[in-house]
Design a binder for this molecule. Structure first.
Ligand code: AMP
Ligand code: MN
Ligand code: MN
Ligand code: MN
Length: 292
């Protein structure tokens, strides 16, 4: 029987807000029969050498695509740009990620301060202490601190009943713990991904709180800024929504990408789960010579 090639081009590890180490992620991806996996941690590429080493030392049947998910600001929105097939040694990329790291730190300190308003004290210090305490990874890399770390903390101290509620009540835009970070512009992310030899993909256009014509406007501008592709599928996206975004990709002459945006296994999302492509699209991986 011929098996279709399985691509999952969006995933996270403990180098940002994923729960699995680079090695554990690779093991799971192999178990799920993924052929091509992109690791795309938030503003960070530190997991990639460890994942690559795991594959090579055990001759595992999987290919790693070097990736990153860069946080950007567009109007007042946090928009994510995934870079795929990048050279992780590139100096421009390294400089951008160092600057994003600094912005993440500044924002984390500001979130910590905001949470004092709801009587949560020393959250950042506790998060950092716990990361150092329970992770062997800390000796290899310090994770990028994300809002997911604060969400997990609020859940652990019983401030909220679920991880999701931490966003809904405190951390999402419009709530008391939200801090608008000064992320780079979309153009900057695209330019740096290109300088690093990669392709720039608009991450999950279906996930932003953009009403009416604004999602379309974002895609149109992403193209005019030199973007290469948009994501049109994750594990949960309905066929209608996939087709909708596939049509927008076609209209603006963009390629498409797919990825689970894996952070941890859940009943509704997993590595490689339900990642079929809608019809009439041009997958980004054909640009680097791979066939589906
Ligand atoms: P950050 O880049 O630090 O602002 O964190 C963004 C991450 O938090 C995303 O990649 C998601 O994993 C998670 N996230 C953001 N907004 C929400 C939300 N409304 N509900 C659940 N998770 C969210
Ligand atoms: Mn995340
Ligand atoms: Mn994202
Ligand atoms: Mn992601």
């Amino acid at each position: 029987m011929i098996k279709n090639t399985l691509f999952d081009l969006h995933s996270h590890t403990t180098a940002s807000d994923g729960r699995l180490s680079p090695e554990e992620l690779i093991e799971r991806a192999v178990a799920h029969r993924i052929d091509y996996l992109a690791i795309t941690d938030h503003d960070c590429i530190k997991a990639i050498p460890f994942a690559q080493k795991k594959i090579e030392s055990e001759s595992l049947p999987i290919r790693l695509i070097s990736g990153v998910e860069i946080s950007t600001k567009w109007l007042s929105h946090d928009i994510h740009v995934v870079g795929l097939n990048i050279d992780i040694q590139n100096a421009d990329l390294e400089a951008l990620l160092a600057s994003q790291d600094e912005k993440r730190h500044t924002r984390a300190v500001a979130i910590d301060k905001k949470l004092e308003k709801i009587d949560v004290f020393n959250s950042l210090e506790t998060i950092l202490k716990e990361l150092k305490g329970d992770s062997a990874d800390i000796a290899r890399f310090m994770p990028m601190i994300t809002r997911n770390h604060f969400a997990q903390h609020l859940y652990k101290i019983n401030k909220v009943k679920s991880h999701q509620k931490a966003f809904d009540k405190y951390l999402a835009k419009g709530n008391v713990g939200y801090v608008s970070a000064q992320w780079c512009a979309i153009e900057t992310a695209i330019e740096v991904v290109h300088k690093a030899g990669g392709y720039a993909v608009l991450a999950h256009p279906y996930a932003y709180p953009l009403k009416g014509k604004w999602a379309r406007k974002l895609i149109e501008e992403f193209k005019s800024m030199g973007g290469d592709a948009i994501e049109v599928a994750n594990s949960q996206l309905t066929p209608d929504r996939r087709t909708h975004f596939a049509k927008l990709a076609q209209e603006f002459e963009l390629d498409v990408s797919i990825g689970s945006d894996f952070h941890r296994p859940t009943p509704w999302s997993d590595l490689g789960k339900n990642l079929w492509l809608p019809a009439n699209v041009s997958p980004i991986w054909r640009r680097w010579g791979l066939m589906d």
